[in-house]
Design a protein around this ligand. Structure first.
Ligand code: CDP
Ligand code: MG
Length: 683
């Protein structure tokens, strides 16, 4: 049975008396039937009653029980949102977009009408939108322009167990916001919602694991409600011996399942996009060689930045004589539930953002592949038993499982806090004084304050500067915002925004295939810039746009393929550029400012934002960080690979066999002087 049935006929809309324009739910439709069969549906009345009676409700329930899709609809249908909107936060953008699509279908509307989503650089919400799936980062940004989040009457903090930095930030801030809004209401209406002004705020915290007590304690012992899931038994297998290459082991395990086992879809958990893409290729190649009698294999990737256009097929019914194989990151652990899964392959790995302090040679967040926790392993296995008995193949030994950690550390304890400190400063708060569920580490706070001071966002007394306030208006990381502001001084904002858009895009523009590097360099020679990757990116974008003016979709794709460029990066960057231009207009910055010979201005602008990401050539031929102690190598995929230049700036460092700098440009050492502020004596 498909859990995702496309709408066959457009719905007829009726105006309800006084209320927002909503279609009448048609109870006999298959989607409505599915809604009624979800485990959460039985508790609907009790749930609505509790939410009505309490300011804060904690809802705990197994993955797939219907929390994320149903609770917002129950709240809306019970009229609990009044005139306000319902926000449902999601740690990952792909969850926000795919859930909005599902709930819109259940309501019989198009995304952007009654139900919409808002993620960075992509906002579909319109004037009719009442249920908004929003990335936690976007809601933090909304806080900056509307500190009481007054347009929302109900905020659902979903996937709270993931403890992302942004969700923790919201958990802390919503507590104060709720109290303030209550004060306003009490003063005006003695406990009743005033006819105009800000309504009281209801908070619903939803989690998939058993850590609800902590949320409850934080919100003054808020009531905890439980939804029971519908879990079938899952038979778990461990490998007899440890595996060294989890991609190869996955490939073999998948085909063992495919050949030996009855129909049923397969869900594979992998750490990241690169592994997913390489495995997708190999599975397709091997699948072609199977005898005709074998079922078809349909391979679908699922990771955080997957474009919405590629998401729908994951949820569609598997055709007969076929087996779906979904290659996912830990997004499929609890955020989204894919129907039809009978087999899970768990590599036991995930990627985790972690801040590497300057003392250990870092000073930045990096994504590290590491072992999952026991809780994750259990969640992953559970995905196989949603619709019937299932099987989970763990690509690690039972002993290795027993040695896994119990729960992951919250992001606030392990990620860079630079952006959060800046956002709090804009709200007139300090990270040191805000009440968080888990307080941040003081060293990370100091590192963040220092980074912001170097960027000129804070002055010597840690107060927000006008530059800092302007930086916070841009929907990009503080250092990129600083580069855009610097470009205003150097008169090259147009060029800089082009490059920043490409950097902010979710995938790398330059495809890097290690055994084809010479061919790649040749193919790109026309737009290669001697100063390095930043201006090469700019040249590539210009060449692409010039070509795209006259060429068809197919030839555009070929053009990119021949040059080993990722076309998706271009299309995404052009959207991001529109947003950045709009922000420039809002903060009265001329985004059209451009220079014919822009090399020096562009590189000076980038140096202002990247002082902390720079390295100097040493007499022994290595590059050593200007701020920090690490020796870094230029990534072999860079246009500057193997070059020895006096100084480099770079977008990021990646840790593999060495510390590699990626997105590198060569700059004269003189550009660094004056790029950092000076501390008063004795500080
Ligand atoms: O939040 P929770 O894990 O409790 O469940 P949910 O996300 O609300 O999912 C409820 C049901 O909706 C599951 O059976 C999913 O398979 C289905 N769903 C879907 O078919 N398509 C989506 N894009 C999202 C959910
Ligand atoms: Mg959910």
């Amino acid at each position: 049975m498909s859990l995702h049935t496309p709408r066959k006929k457009p719905r007829i809309y009726f105006d309800e008396d006084g209320g927002p324009r909503r279609p009448h739910p048609i109870h006999s439709s298959p989607l409505q039937k599915q809604r009624e069969q979800l485990p959460i549906a039985k508790g609907r009345e009790a749930l609505v009653r509790e939410i009505r009676q309490n300011d804060v409700t904690i809802l705990l329930g197994e993955t797939g029980s219907g929390k994320t899709t149903q609770v917002p609809q129950y709240v809306l249908e019970a009229g609990l949102a009044g005139k306000g909107m319902i926000a449902v936060t999601q740690p990952r953008r792909v969850a926000a977009t795919s859930l909005a699509a599902r709930v819109a279908a259940e309501q019989g509307v198009k995304v952007g009408e009654l139900v919409g989503y808002s993620v960075r650089f992509d906002d579909t919400c319109g004037i009719d939108t009442k249920i908004k799936y929003v990335s936690d980062g976007m809601l933090v940004r909304e806080l900056l322009s509307d500190p009481l989040l007054s347009r929302y009457s109900v905020i659902v903090l979903d996937e709270a167990h993931e403890r992302t930095l942004r969700t923790d930030f919201l958990i802390a801030n919503l507590k104060t916001i709720q109290a303030k809004r209550k004060e306003t209401t009490d003063a005006k209406g003695k406990g009743k919602a005033p006819a105009s002004g800000i309504n009281p705020l209801k908070i619903i915290v939803m989690s998939a694991t058993l850590d609800a007590e902590k949320f409850s304690r934080f919100y003054n012992n808020a009531k905890i409600l439980y939804v029971k899931g519908r879990q079938h038994p899952v038979k778990i297998f461990h490998t007899a011996v440890g595996q060294t290459d989890y991609v190869d082991s996955t490939l073999r395990t998948f085909f063992q399942i495919h050949i030996d086992q009855p129909p049923g879809d397969v869900l594979v958990f992998l750490p990241g996009q690169e592994d997913i893409e390489s495995l997708e290729k190999s599975i397709k190649t091997y699948a072609r060689r199977l005898p005709e009698s074998c079922m078809n294999v349909l391979v679908y990737p699922m990771y955080a930045s997957l474009p919405p256009s590629l998401q729908a097929r994951i949820f569609s019914a598997t055709p007969s004589m076929s087996r779906k194989c979904i290659l996912a990151t830990n997004i499929a652990e609890t955020s989204i539930t894919i129907p039809g899964i009978k087999f899970v392959i768990d590599t036991g790995k995930c990627k985790e953002k972690r801040y590497l302090s300057r003392d250990t040679g870092g000073g930045f967040d990096t994504l590290l592949t590491r072992d999952i926790t026991k809780t994750s392993a259990m969640q992953r296995a559970g995905r196989a038993g949603r619709e019937g008995p299932g099987f989970c193949f763990r690509l690690y030994t039972e002993e290795a499982f027993n040695g896994l950690g119990t729960a992951a550390e919250p992001e606030i304890r392990r990620c860079s806090l630079t952006q959060s400190v800046l956002e709090l400063k804009c709200l007139g708060q300090d990270l040191e004084t805000v009440e968080f569920m888990d307080p941040p580490d003081i060293n990370s706070v100091v590192a963040a304050l220092k980074a912001l001071w170097i960027l000129g966002a804070l002055d010597n007394s840690k107060a927000l500067t006008p530059i800092g306030r302007q930086m916070a208006s841009f929907p990009v990381e503080p250092y990129l915002a600083r580069i855009i502001l610097a470009s205003n001084t150097h008169g090259c904002t147009s060029e800089v925004i082009d490059i920043v858009s490409l950097i902010s895009s979710s995938s790398n523009l330059f495809l890097d295939i290690s055994d084809q590097r010479d061919a790649i360099a040749d193919a790109r020679s026309k737009f290669r810039h001697p100063s390095g990757d930043h201006l090469t990116m700019l040249n590539a974008l210009r060449a692409y746009q010039e070509m795209a003016e006259t060429e068809s979709k197919g030839s555009r794709r070929d053009w990119c393929r021949q040059r080993f460029l990722n076309e998706r990066t271009f299309t995404e960057a052009l959207k991001i550029r529109d947003q950045l231009r709009l922000t420039c207009q809002r903060v009265k910055l001329d985004w059209k400012a451009s220079k014919k010979d822009s090399e020096e201005s562009v590189l000076r602008s980038f140096t202002t934002g990247l002082v902390q990401n720079s390295a100097l050539l040493q007499p022994d031929g290595t590059y050593k960080q200007l701020m920090g102690h690490s020796v870094v190598k230029i990534h072999p995929g860079s246009t500057l690979a193997d070059k020895k230049v006096p100084a480099i700036i770079f977008d990021e460092l990646i840790y593999t066999s060495h510390i590699y700098a990626r997105g590198v440009s060569s700059v004269p050492r003189g550009y660094f002087s004056g790029a950092t502020p000076t501390l008063p004596n004795g500080s």
